[in-house]
Design a protein around this ligand. Structure first.
Ligand SMILES: [Zn+2]
Length: 229
């Protein structure tokens, strides 16, 4: 394992993550609402146009730092670099980690997984993976459709705790993991449930019943499946 590769990946992960707090702040809105036009804390309006979307560091000058998201970005990229190594797959996963981290941040804030971001994740990862591993396209599509149907049924159950966003993200991740193999798909799904189970239990014991974002667990499960495959 080349230290330079790992350090480069970590720097990429940290640098891209530094742009995410502002994006998450503006995109974390309830269904049907437009993107946020001003800071939720100090009400200062965001600049119009592209300027209002691009900010390195915290979402607004009034809020604290962005150490947590930057260190998460660096840690995810480091884990991917160590696990994947100097293969063409590495830049694919590193790029896909950017919308993945943004999805997790938005889901934690407002229990939503915006479709365009899930679609971006599928395109950024799925298209190059299809080129690099064409022999796995059948497995990947079957995994994606399988997850869509299975989680779709769960989401329709009366005691559902699963949203349609979760269903679509689970299908997207199953498709991506399908390029690694069915073992990776099963590992990703299983790990996501192993993460969300204790979290749900803890929430149930400690406080009033609230919805729990499933997206971060699904994404963490996929990351663990990729890095341990
Ligand atoms: Zn502010």
């Amino acid at each position: 394992m080349s230290p330079l590769l790992v350090i480069s990946a970590a720097v990429f992960g940290a640098a891209t993550a530094a742009f995410l707090p502002r994006l998450a702040e503006r995109l974390a809105v309830r269904n049907g609402e437009g993107v946020r036009q001003s800071c939720a804390v100090c009400s200062r309006p965001f600049s119009p146009g592209m300027h209002g979307w691009v900010r390195v560091g915290a979402a607004c000058a009034c809020t604290g730092g962005c150490l947590r998201v930057v260190s998460t970005g660096a840690a995810v990229a480091t884990a991917l670099a160590v696990a994947v190594g100097p293969l063409p797959l590495l830049p694919v996963y590193l790029l896909a980690a950017v919308p993945a981290l943004l999805l997790a941040m938005i889901d934690v804030r407002c229990l939503r997984l915006p479709d365009p971001l899930v679609a971006a994740l599928v395109v950024i990862a799925g298209v190059p993976l299809g080129v690099l591993r064409p022999e796995q396209i059948g497995t990947a599509l079957a995994a994606g459709v399988g997850a869509l149907v299975a989680y779709g049924i769960i989401a329709l159950l009366p005691w559902r705790g699963l949203g349609l966003g979760d269903v679509k993200l689970a299908a997207a991740l199953a498709l991506i993991l399908g390029f690694t193999g069915t073992d990776a798909v099963l590992a990703g799904v299983l790990t996501a449930h192993l993460i969300i189970g204790p979290v749900a239990m803890f929430r149930l014991i400690t406080g009033p019943r609230r919805a729990i974002p499933f997206g971060p667990a699904l994404l963490a499960g996929a990351l663990i499946a990729i890095t341990t495959a």
